[in-house]
Design a protein around this ligand. Structure first.
Ligand code: URP
Ligand code: ZN
Ligand code: ZN
Length: 465
């Protein structure tokens, strides 16, 4: 075979096994996988020497918000900066959330997201369609036909005009069952959350406690009750449900119990819920860390890692990247209900899983691949072409130097955000080389690809492994 590129002698990891070998690429696809030194280059073949390096399938961050209009501002990383951050961090595809503006249709939201991403992204992309109006339900089949088979509803965010009630959740889950599609849900209990906010939103408390109030209004039961309710509707309707950004140990227990009863429910957690705890809200710039659901306690971190290590209740790790600069976060002016919620994180997803997961002995490289590449590809309906290293799959590949560790500094990162929750952390696992569909987009840790290389990837039949 005449290969365009061979990645030679790497320690290759799939979700199930590891071996030392070669990967041959023709055009955009992996065309052969062989033992070390087995694949032969010709004069035109680009050879990437991966001896002593880890080689994994490109990771897929299925939860990002790039240039999202949100809480009176727009998240500062767009498809250009966000996808550069993705690529240097070993992420070769992102899945965003297309949110219709008031009165607009799902089709219009889809077209708006096409416009935002067209010619901008270095890595591949898609989006989940946000159902924020009952009228959107009739558009579900049309979205599925266009390769967009995953939908999202929010159990909070009335002020954004996004909040779904139980009736809409129920009706959507019925539709998911009918049309072989999947509903993603932001699970927090709006009624109780609003009550706790009303009780605590006093001038004196804000002055005394500042951002700590953010944590105080979101005890774990706010998430747990909403997950429990969504699972109930999923069970009754026989729909398929995916709980996004799960942050609590209670959530993990509920998912485990539901799965053992045969309910079609999946869950993701995010890197921040595996690394950061709510003591951060006591820092002088503690308001920067505000996100929804908020960062929880050390016990939750331990329970979530245990789920990743021993169980099946969490299938995916993502980031919920929704970056806001210091200036944007300053909109809070001491009122914690006005902080634009969200954190940067695309660049550090794989490094955190590599450093705190693999190097700390919590998970294997194969499990990292499963959680950040293979499972997201399959559950989101693109497992036939992404998330694995075998002939016929897209040549989305990442080479990592296991010996390299850096002190993370947002000033040297690709994100437009002027702070990072991971500032100063010692992290390995960044991509030395990243290929997206056979093209090298990162070489020696530097972006070398051109924006616009990324393309919209059609998906189908989500919700299973
Ligand atoms: O705080 C967050 N997570 N902002 C992004 C929107 C969401 O709820 O995912
Ligand atoms: Zn959310
Ligand atoms: Zn989100």
């Amino acid at each position: 075979m005449q290969f365009d590129t061979i990645i030679k002698n790497g320690t290759v990891h799939t979700s199930t096994h590891s071996f030392v070998g070669d990967i041959g690429i023709i055009d955009e696809k992996i065309s052969a996988v062989g033992g070390a030194g087995q694949l032969k280059a010709n004069k035109k073949t680009k050879v990437i020497n991966a001896k002593g390096k880890d080689v994994i399938p490109g990771c897929i961050d299925v939860h990002v918000h790039l240039a999202l209009p949100f809480m009176g501002t727009v998240s500062c990383d767009d498809f250009e900066s966000g996808s550069r951050a993705a690529a240097v961090g070993g992420v070769t595809m992102v899945v965003d959330f297309a949110a219709p503006t008031k009165g607009s249709t799902l089709q219009q939201a889809h077209e708006a997201w096409c416009e935002k991403s067209e010619g901008q992204s270095l890595v591949d992309y898609s989006w989940h369609m946000c159902i924020v109006d009952d009228r959107h339900l009739s558009e579900v089949p049309r979205m599925i036909k266009q390769g967009l088979p995953t939908f999202k509803e929010f159990m909070i965010y009335a002020s954004q005009g996004w909040q779904s009630d139980d009736a809409r959740l129920f009706a959507t889950l019925e539709l998911m069952n009918k049309h072989d599609s999947m509903l993603l849900v932001h699970a927090e209990s709006a009624g109780v959350l609003d009550l706790l906010i009303r009780r605590n939103h006093t001038q004196s408390k804000m002055k005394r406690l500042g951002a700590k109030l953010h944590a105080m209004t979101r005890p774990n039961y706010v998430e747990a009750e909403a997950i429990e309710r969504a699972i109930r509707w999923c069970d009754i309707t026989n729909g398929t449900l995916y709980v996004v950004h799960m942050s609590t140990g209670e959530g993990a227990d509920l998912i485990k119990a539901a799965q053992s009863r045969g309910i079609n429910v999946w869950a993701e957690t995010c890197a921040q819920y595996l690394t950061l705890d709510d003591s951060l809200f006591g820092k002088r710039d503690g308001h920067l860390y505000a996100c929804q659901p908020q960062i929880k306690k050390k016990a939750d971190i331990q329970r979530l890692w245990r789920a990743l290590d021993e169980g099946d209740e969490i299938s995916v790790v993502s980031t919920d990247t929704c970056s806001f600069t210091r200036k944007q976060k300053a909109m809070w002016k001491g009122d914690w209900t006005k902080i634009p919620m969200g954190l940067p994180g695309l660049e550090t997803l794989v490094p955190i899983m590599y450093t705190q997961g693999v190097r700390e002995g919590r998970i294997s490289m194969n499990r990292l691949v499963e959680l950040c590449s293979t499972n997201p590809a399959k559950i989101m309906g693109m497992g036939v072409r992404k998330g694995h290293i075998a002939p016929g799959y897209d040549a989305d590949l990442v080479v990592i130097d296991p010996k390299r560790t850096i002190t993370f500094d947002y000033r040297k990162s690709q994100s437009r955000c002027d702070w990072s929750p991971y500032q100063g952390m010692k992290l390995g696992g960044f991509a030395q080389t990243t290929l997206v569909r056979g093209s090298v987009v990162v070489e020696n840790h530097k972006v070398v690809g051109k924006k616009g290389h990324g393309t919209l990837i059609p998906r189908e039949h989500p919700g299973s492994l």
